[in-house]
Design a protein around this ligand. Structure first.
Ligand SMILES: [Zn+2]
Ligand SMILES: [Zn+2]
Length: 498
C-alpha cells in the first residue's frame, strides 16, 4: 500500500458497492454475498514441519469446471470443488509439504534478513541482490530492472500461458519499534507494510515452481515480479516499462492483512483498493481592504466556496458507487483580520474505487474549480498529481485464488474482505491485464494483539509465509492449467449492480 498516509487497507468497510462494468477495460465486478469468516486456521504450522515424503508424485492436470459452474464473488461464494482436486491436487499438497519442510525455515530466515536491512523505494540494492542470489542458486536467471533495483524472473517453458506473481520489495520511512531479534538495523526505516513477507513468499513459490519446471511439470511460464518502490509509488510502472507484463495472461499478488488470521485469505471481486491522488488548488485575486470587498475579489470567501462546493459538486457528477471523494487536508490564506489576501491555497486527496471515474476526475475537477472561481471573480489553478489507479480484481482470477486456497489451505480459507480507500500500485498492472490482489491473514489465531500496517510495531505470524507459498503456487498452477479459458467467466447476470 503506497504512502504512509494510506495505512488503512480496509478503511471503507461497509461502504456502498461500487461494482460496475468497465466499458474501457471490459472489467466487471459483482456484489459480495457474505459467508461468515471462519476462525479456523488450517494447520499451516503443521505443514511447515511435516516430514518430506519419500516419493514426490508428479502434478497432473486438474479437471476444469465449466465456466457456468464458477462461483460469483470474492469471499462470498458457496464452497465448491477445488480446481486442483483429485490426484493432481493431492500430489501438489504432498510436494508443497515436502518443499516447505525443507525450505520453510530458510524462507523465514530470508524474510528476517530483509526485515533487518530494510531499504526505501528505488534504494533496494541489497534486497535485489539477495533475491537474485537465491534465484540464481536455484538455476534461475533473474533480470534486474534498468534503475538497478527490482527484478523479473521467468520460470518454465515459453509455450503456453504466462502467469505473473508479484511481490513488492520496498520498506517505509518509519522507525521499527519492535523488540525482536530481527528488528530493523536501519534507523527510521522499517518493513512496516509486510513487503519483506511478500518477497519471501514469491521467492518460495518461485523456488518450488522452478523445481516443477525442471521436472517438466509446468504447463506454461510463471514470471516472478519483484517490484521496487510500491510505497513511493511507481515501481509498477518501472516493471511495465521494462516489459514485465508483456505476454502475461494474468497477474496475482498477496498483501499481508493483520486483521485476519493466518490460514485465511481475504478475497473480493471488483475494486479492492482505491485510487489516491493529490490535488493542489491555488486561488489569486487583487486583494484589498475588508471594508470594500465589492471593489476587489473577496478571496477568502471564494476559497471557502471552492473548499465546500468542489467535493459536493464532484459527488454529483459521478456514479455514487464510484466512491469518488475529495477531502481537504490543508487550507490557508491571509495574515490579518482586516485585509483581503491576494492568494490562498487548498490541498487535499482524491480517492476513488472506480477506474472510469478516476480517469475523468482531473478534468471534472478543473471545470468545477473554474466555474466556482469565475462566480467570485478570482483566478484558480489546479495541480492534480496522480497516485495509483484503483485495484480492480477480475472475477475469474479471484475464483482461481479461491480454488487454490480451498485446495492447499482448506475449504474455509477464503473469507470476504472489504474494499479499502487505501492505495496499492498493483492497480497499474490490472489496468492492462486481468488479475487479482488477495489479502493474506498474518495474525496469530486467537491472538489479542492488534497490529496494523504502516505502524512501527507491525509484525506477522511467520507461519503465514508457508501459507502464502502454498496459495501463490496453487494459484499460479490453477491459472496455467486454466490458460486460454479467459473471458469465459463473465459476471453473473443481475449481480453487477445489485
Ligand atoms: Zn504500505
Ligand atoms: Zn504494502
Amino acid at each position: 500500500m503506497p504512502g504512509p498516509d494510506d495505512p488503512d487497507p480496509a478503511g471503507a468497510a461497509g461502504r456502498g458497492d461500487p461494482a460496475r462494468g468497465h466499458e474501457r477495460t471490459g472489467r466487471s465486478t459483482q456484489q459480495t454475498t457474505g459467508r461468515t469468516p471462519s476462525g479456523s486456521a488450517n494447520a499451516q504450522g503443521a505443514h511447515m514441519t511435516q516430514p518430506a515424503p519419500e516419493v514426490m508424485p508428479g502434478l497432473e492436470p486438474p479437471s476444469v469446471p465449466a465456466a457456468g459452474e464458477r462461483a460469483e464473488d470474492g469471499g462470498g461464494a458457496a464452497p465448491r470443488p477445488a480446481r486442483l482436486a483429485g490426484p493432481g491436487g493431492a500430489a501438489l499438497q504432498l510436494q508443497l509439504d515436502a518443499f516447505l519442510a525443507r525450505a520453510g525455515e530458510s524462507l523465514i530466515g530470508f524474510r528476517r534478513d530483509l526485515h533487518m536491512y530494510p531499504e526505501l523505494g528505488y534504494a533496494e540494492h541489497r534486497t535485489t541482490r539477495r533475491i537474485a542470489e537465491r534465484l540464481a542458486e536455484a538455476g534461475l536467471r533473474p533480470r534486474i530492472l534498468p534503475r538497478g533495483t527490482g527484478l523479473i524472473c521467468d520460470i518454465g517453458p515459453e509455450e503456453g500461458p504466462t502467469v505473473a506473481l508479484r511481490a513488492d520489495i520496498d520498506a517505509l520511512p518509519l522507525q521499527d519499534e519492535k523488540d525482536v531479534a530481527y528488528r530493523s538495523t536501519v534507523p527510521g526505516v522499517a518493513h512496516a507494510c509486510g513487503h519483506d513477507v511478500h518477497t519471501a513468499m514469491v521467492l518460495g513459490a518461485g523456488l518450488f515452481l522452478a523445481q516443477q519446471a525442471r521436472a517438466g511439470l509446468l504447463p506454461g511460464r510463471v514470471r516472478l515480479l519483484f517490484q521496487p518502490a510500491e510505497e513511493t509509488p511507481g515501481g509498477a510502472l518501472d516493471v511495465m516499462a521494462a516489459g514485465g507484463i508483456a505476454g502475461v495472461d494474468r497477474a496475482f499478488a498477496l498483501h499481508c492483512d493483520p486483521r485476519i488470521e493466518v490460514g485465511q485469505l481475504g478475497l473480493r471481486t471488483g475494486p479492492i483498493t482505491a485510487a489516491c491522488d493529490k490535488v493542489y488548488v491555488k486561488v489569486t485575486g487583487p486583494g484589498g481592504h475588508t471594508a470594500r470587498p465589492h471593489l476587489t475579489a473577496d478571496l477568502v470567501y471564494a476559497l471557502a466556496k471552492i473548499v465546500t462546493e468542489l467535493p459536493s459538486a464532484l459527488s454529483r457528477r459521478v456514479d455514487p458507487r464510484s466512491s469518488l471523494s475529495l477531502v481537504w487536508g490543508r487550507v490557508a490564506a491571509g495574515s490579518v483580520a482586516n485585509a483581503i489576501p491576494d492568494d490562498g491555497i487548498a490541498e487535499g486527496t482524491v480517492r476513488c474505487l472506480d477506474d472510469e471515474a478516476w480517469h475523468r476526475a482531473p478534468e471534472m475537477m478543473k471545470a468545477l474549480l473554474h466555474s466556482v472561481a469565475a462566480a467570485y471573480d478570482v483566478e484558480a489553478s489546479l495541480e492534480y498529481v496522480r497516485g495509483v489507479p484503483p485495484t480492480v480484481n477480475e472475477a475469474a482470477s479471484v475464483q482461481m485464488f479461491r480454488d487454490a486456497a480451498a485446495q492447499v489451505i482448506g475449504d474455509e480459507a477464503a473469507v470476504p474482505t472489504p474494499q479499502s480507500l487505501g492505495g496499492e500500485d498493483f492497480g497499474w498492472y490490472l489496468e492492462s491485464i486481468p488479475g487479482a490482489l488477495a489479502r493474506l491473514g498474518v495474525r496469530t489465531p486467537g491472538s489479542a494483539t492488534e497490529y496494523d500496517l504502516h505502524r512501527g510495531d507491525f509484525d506477522v505470524d511467520e507461519s503465514c509465509i508457508g501459507v502464502g507459498v502454498r496459495v501463490l503456487t496453487a494459484t499460479a498452477l490453477t491459472a496455467l492449467w486454466d490458460g486460454g479459458r479467459q473471458g469465459e467467466s463473465e459476471p453473473v447476470e443481475g449481480a453487477a449492480l445489485a
